[in-house]
Design a protein. Structure first.
Length: 757
């Protein structure tokens, strides 16, 4: 009954039904993809804003400007020189320390070469300010005047200002087309205009150095113009900030900052009037003093608001991801169910509309093939392609009946033909007797010709045999004459060098050589021809070769010289040893690396330690050896098993690498004992920064397989050459203070120099 429903369906109709079902499935999948795409746009927009505000480099750059700029180190330092108040000295030192710490965090990121140079320049200027602060205090205690102090502690700010610009350019450049003008970037621009190298810096310098500026009116006007320009630049940043969506507190903060900027702008003219009256530096500073409280509070409020908005961006991304996840689940099961329904309908249609009728026709055709011509053909009345096939089979049946009658007539005709063939055979036998005699005479003449042809065939077979051997060899086999011209180039050479034989035959062999081998090869052939070459051809040699694509690779070359007639031929067998070299390099690496953590093993550690000592002796520099032993590691193995213990060691290795620099060597000496060779230190106390960083990170619980594991570390530090320049003594000293750290309560570090005092 089901089959009858489809008897009048044509295959084209069946195709349209399937197409419609596939369009339906496509529409369901397309609707799901459109929904997902809309949410992805939301995610992308939120993520771009999130990245813009939360970029680690952008964050650190903004924090650095806050620490050294307006309300920071330079502001306090200039006030300290002007007002001789110890409070400003302490604040300046505190902000300077914070700025150095920020740069150390910056150095831990992935940096470009300009960023590395910029950070070193900024640190050098900070070092100069550190000395300037102490020198200012000494001169204040001695009673020196403000002008004398300012002249004595002048610092060249150009390297630091240039370095800050490089850091800013790198942050903006890395954003490429995704960079958007955000509140955090505008705030960073505002701090740059107001802070270090900006308005407050130049304003304080105008007060401190107005006596010098009065001798050069052009310089005086230039500095005033620079201060004015910085104030206007800060106002432009405030205007940009106001173009974004603001909260009430932000608008109030911007107004407070702008009012303080107006006070500074108005005081510039007052400074000029006081300078004309020859007022003292202290008197001018007292008369033009501006209360920065509102402005500093406004900057802090803007910073807090930006952090709040970053949190909102994060929540937006999370919500959009959740919606996309739900859409993906719905789309997945909707698509699966739609495809399943389409497949089920297609199987039913194919089964009853195509397969069953074709199966019946196939059985009829098999019966006809067995010459069962009484077979009834079904389906000839149907009005579709199956009916056409049935009617065709009916025609085939009728033709078979006609063919059967024709075959019987053909049998009778064949019997008559066989009689005539027998008569013709007798006549042919008589004719062959006559031709046999003639053939015997010609055989004698042909035999001599065959003998000469066999000799030629034997020579050709020998040549083909040699050629087949050359073609089967995977190594490159190349023959050249004494002038270096290539005469043969086997398939192995084609595979290795990338050239076809016709591309190189007739050319100089130097086409396959990189420099310097290419320049030296012709002179070598000349020496060889004159008998002056001392190269031992009995041994293979290794050198670099050049592929067609310009790639160089190592080969092993074996040479053989052959004299043919009066000519000298040189045959070279070349083998590509790229993979062998890689394995040799891999084996060397494994010999110098700890297999569990990937850190340097004891072999590499001792080698690097020896190199560091030699470098100390040559260049008169210092390095430190930091030996680390984990606290409470054995209970981890006992409680959680060695597999968790191994993962913990790998986590510790990552922490040690993050806490050190690329120029340092981090090694695992065995078990839970590690070492760091800290190169290029100026004074031993610098190692404390690394040690404190490691202790801080190891003090946090480490999560492994849902287990929060708390460990610590004890460390011993010895310095070369401050403590000793002998390797064994250096390691022994570090071990001694390591055990002293454990005895004093663990999770701490000690210098060897401390126990000698």
């Amino acid at each position: 009954m089901t089959y009858r429903i489809f008897t009048h369906f044509k295959l084209t109709t069946f195709t349209w039904i399937l197409s419609g079902l596939m369009v339906l499935a496509t529409a369901v999948i397309f609707a799901g993809s459109v929904f997902i795409e809309k949410n992805i746009v939301v995610i992308n927009k939120a993520w771009v804003l999130y990245q813009t505000d939360l970029s680690e480099k952008a964050r650190l750059e903004g924090a650095l400007r806050a620490a050294i700029g307006y309300g920071g180190m330079i502001h306090d330092f200039k006030n300290f020189v002007l007002r001789n108040d110890e409070k400003y000295k302490e604040d300046a030192e505190s902000h300077l320390g914070a700025a150095v710490a920020i740069l150390e965090q910056y150095k831990a990121l992935e940096l470009t070469t300009p960023e590395i140079v910029a950070i070193e320049d900024i640190l050098s200027v900070f070092s100069a300010y550190k000395k300037a602060i102490h020198k200012s205090w000494d001169m204040i205690e001695k009673g020196n005047s403000i002008i004398e102090i300012d002249q004595a502690v002048k610092v060249n700010d150009e390297p630091a200002i240039r370095g800050l610009k490089v850091l800013r350019d790198e942050v903006v450049f890395r954003k490429n087309n995704n960079y958007q003008l955000s509140k955090s970037r505008i705030l960073a621009d505002l701090r740059a205009a107001m802070g270090y190298g900006g308005m407050i810096h130049k304003f304080k310098n105008l007060i401190l150095r107005h006596n010098d500026l009065q001798h050069d009116e052009g310089q005086d006007i230039s500095l005033v113009n620079e201060i004015t320009a910085k104030i206007h630049s800060a106002k432009d940043s405030i205007s940009q900030y106001r173009q974004l969506t603001l909260r009430g507190a932000e608008a109030l903060a911007l107004s407070d900052i702008e009012s303080v900027l107006e006070n500074y702008l108005n005081n510039i003219n007052e400074i000029h009037q006081l300078m004309a009256l020859h007022k003292s530096v202290m008197n001018i500073d007292d008369l033009v003093k501006v209360d920065d409280t509102l402005s500093l509070r406004g900057l802090m409020l803007l910073e807090q608001e930006i952090n709040r908005q970053v949190s909102i961006y994060s929540n937006n991304v999370s919500n959009a991801l959740e919606e996309v996840n739900q859409a993906i689940i719905f789309g997945k099961w909707g698509g699966v169910m739609t495809i399943f329904i389409v497949m089920l309908i297609a199987i039913v249609l194919i089964r009853f509309y195509v397969i069953q009728p074709i199966h019946n026709l196939t059985k009829n055709m098999v019966r006809l093939a067995d010459n069962r011509l009484d077979t009834e053909i079904s389906g000839i009345l149907e009005k579709n392609e199956i009916g056409q096939m049935a009617r065709t089979v009916m025609v085939f049946k009728k033709n078979m009946i006609k063919q059967q009658g024709s075959e019987q007539a053909l049998i009778k005709a064949n019997e008559k033909m066989e009689l005539r063939l027998a008569e013709n055979k007798e006549l042919r036998e008589r004719s062959e007797e006559q031709t046999t005699k003639a053939l015997l005479m010609s055989e004698y003449m042909v035999e001599a010709q065959r003998a000469s042809e066999k000799a030629m065939l034997r020579a050709e077979k020998d040549e083909l045999f040699v050629s087949s051997i050359l073609n089967a060899v995977r190594d490159a086999i190349i023959t050249i004459n004494i002038k270096g011209i290539i005469e043969s180039f086997n398939p192995g050479a084609e595979d290795i060098f990338g050239y076809k034989a016709y591309e190189v035959i007739g050319k100089n062999i130097s086409i396959l050589m990189p420099e310097p081998y290419k320049s030296e090869h012709d002179s070598y052939l000349e020496q060889f021809a004159e008998g002056k070459s001392h190269r031992d051809q009995s041994n293979s040699l290794e050198q670099l070769a050049l592929r067609k694509n310009g790639e160089t690779f190592p080969v092993e070359v074996t040479l053989n010289t052959v004299h043919i007639a009066d000519e000298i031929k040189v045959t070279g067998v070349l083998r590509d040893i790229t993979e062998r070299k890689k394995w040799e390099e891999k084996i060397n690496q494994l010999a110098m690396t700890d297999p569990l953590t990937g850190l340097a093993n004891r072999n590499q550690y001792e080698q690097r330690l020896s190199e560091a000592v030699q470098l100390v002796k040559r260049n008169k520099i210092q390095f430190a050896l930091l030996i680390i032993d984990l606290d409470k590691f054995k209970p981890v193995n006992d409680k959680y098993g060695h597999a968790v213990g191994d993962i913990l060691l790998q986590k510790v290795a990552e922490i040690l690498l993050e806490s050190s620099r690329e120029v340092d060597t981090v090694a695992r000496l065995g078990g839970d004992e590690f070492a760091i060779i800290i190169n290029g230190i100026n004074e031993p106390q610098e190692v404390s920064i690394v040690a404190e960083r490691i202790l801080k990170k190891l003090s946090s619980p480490i999560v492994i397989e849902n287990n929060k594991i708390q460990i610590g570390a004890s460390m011993g530090i010895s310095c070369c050459p401050a403590d000793t320049a002998e390797i064994d003594s250096l390691m022994r000293m570090a071990d001694e203070v390591l055990y002293l750290s454990k005895q004093e309560g663990r999770h701490t570090y000690r210098y060897y120099s401390q126990i000698q005092k």
